[in-house]
Design a protein around this ligand. Structure first.
Ligand code: MYA
Length: 444
């Protein structure tokens, strides 16, 4: 593909990242057309939720089969050992070639070993939940699905749910549309049920029965000229390159006094701050200190380690109190066939919190996230992404984020909840400014 046929906008990038439904694609599938999903314990598409709670009858692990589901002939189940570099490479290759639908094949997620370990090995991770499918004869890895443990809290009903997060579902392009995905989902369900866990949280670009919330991708150019070079962002008709650069320019120094990288010693205080802050959302993740440490400081265990994947900062005031924090993770793109650039740096906003209140709240969030943008420059970030989740609609405009075309749907397996605000108007899909969303969980 020559680069001059490769005209793109940031919206295209975000569409790719969302991997699914966009504003323009119509959603015509009805519940009866979901041959697999209509058999699963999920709310129907048009269902009016009157009561929250689990959908399936109570079962015990003993009720669940001990043996894996039968697979199509010539294929076999396997467990991918994330601690084995060779197997990690196989997973990398499967995802590199098959995870993101990029028709031009010009951009690929640049997963690193560290990223996989961070994402797939949180405390209490279960090896067998990294489930693959191989070709029997050659051993080639052709499909993957992962479950990782997570504790969810529904704030309104004060309900805590021991659950899993499902991620990295991927089937080799040549094996698509053969109904393998339902078998993989049923097999991971069986394995998780064996551990007496009956609920799962997952996200996706595609519409399935039935999202509990839908958020919209937002992006903030950091290195506008590079985005322009790789033809991600075009020059609006009434603008010049210089005016775009000026518009997106960020200072080199951060603004908030006391801002610094988060350290081991901050874990306890910052987790308390986050716990308090998260009370405002409907669905949140509950961390213990060990889990929070892994999420915010990365998979390395030595105290001086600095993760290349997750970046966390705190604001410490003169009295030694942590008043604010933010975190973001880095997942760059490999850029193929571009003479000037071979990588695009991408940051994703993760968890954040502040103790600022009332009229101080919105300006504080704006300052905090502006500082996040500024710090990201040192890690070669070219575009900073987030969703309309959490309290992001309070700072999107002031921090110069723009709406992308991509949407992200949030799902709970085997649990009904009342619908939650995803930060956008359900009809117009426009951002509802300065409104707390229901979604306090951030999935990778
Ligand atoms: S989201 C990321 C998903 N991955 C990608 O987008 C990568 C590129 N795409 C692919 O690799 C394939 O297209 C996939 C589908 C694997 C997505 N979630 O085998 P099929 C339904 C759930 O013929 P394929 C992530 O990782 C589809 O509606 N279901 O299709 C979270 C249809 O069912 P129905 C999906 O295209 C994953 C059936 O599959 C998805 O060859 C959460 C068709 O099967 C999807 N993203 O393969 C999984 N896409 O007839 C659910 C399609 O009813 C977890 N389908 O319409 C549930 C909780 C499980 C644990 C519970 C524990 C308690």
């Amino acid at each position: 593909m020559s680069s001059n046929t490769n005209k793109r906008s940031i919206e295209d990038l975000l569409k790719m990242l969302a991997m699914g439904e966009t504003l323009t694609s119509s959603q015509e599938k009805e519940m009866k057309d979901y041959k697999f999903w209509k058999t699963q314990p999920v709310p129907a598409l048009d269902e009016k939720i009157t009561k929250e709670g689990p959908i399936d009858d109570i079962k015990t692990p003993a009720d669940v089969p001990d043996t894996p589901l039968p697979l199509i002939k010539d294929f076999e189940w396997c467990t991918i050992d994330i601690e084995d570099d060779k197997q990690l490479d196989e997973l990398y290759k499967l995802l590199y070639d098959n995870y993101v639908e990029d028709t031009d094949a010009t951009f690929r997620f640049k997963y690193s070993h560290e990223f996989f370990k961070w994402a797939l090995m949180p405390p209490k991770w279960v090896k067998e939940w990294h489930t693959g499918v191989r070709v029997k004869e050659t051993g080639k890895l052709v499909a993957f699905i992962a479950a990782t443990p997570v504790t969810i809290k529904l704030n309104k009903s004060d309900t805590i749910i021991d659950s899993v997060e499902i991620n990295f579902l991927c089937i080799h392009k040549k094996l698509r549309n053969k109904r393998l995905a339902p078998i993989m989902i049923k097999e991971i369900t069986r394995k998780v049920n064996k551990h007496d866990i009956w609920q799962a949280l997952y996200t996706g670009g595609s519409i399935l029965p039935t999202p509990l919330a839908t958020c919209r991708y937002q992006h903030r150019p950091i290195n506008w000229s590079k985005l322009h070079d790789v033809e991600f962002s075009h020059l609006p008709a009434n603008q010049t390159k210089a005016s775009m650069l000026a518009h997106y320019a960020l200072p080199n120094a951060t603004k908030l006094p006391g801002l610094r990288r988060m350290e081991e010693k901050d874990i306890s205080q910052t987790l308390s701050l986050l716990n308090k802050y998260q009370e405002r959302f409907d669905i949140v993740e509950i961390f213990n200190e060990e889990e929070f440490r892994h999420c915010m400081l990365g998979s390395n265990t030595n105290e001086t380690s600095t993760s290349n994947v997750i970046k966390s900062f705190v604001v410490e005031n003169a009295e030694g109190k942590i008043t604010d924090f933010f975190s973001y993770y880095l997942l760059p793109f490999t850029v193929l066939e571009n003479t000037h650039h071979d990588e695009l740096g991408i940051a994703y906003l993760f968890y954040y919190a502040t103790d600022a209140k009332d009229e101080k709240y919105k300006p504080r969030l704006t300052d905090l996230i502006t500082d996040a943008l500024i710090t990201s420059k040192q890690y070669n970030v070219d575009v900073f992404n987030c969703l309309t989740s959490q309290d992001n609609t309070f700072f999107l405009k002031n921090c110069k984020f723009g709406s992308g075309d991509g949407f992200l749907n949030y799902y709970l397996f085997n649990y009904k909840t009342f619908p939650m605000n995803g930060g956008i108007d359900p009809q117009t899909k426009q951002v509802i400014e300065d409104t707390t969303s229901g979604v306090g969980v951030v999935l990778l």
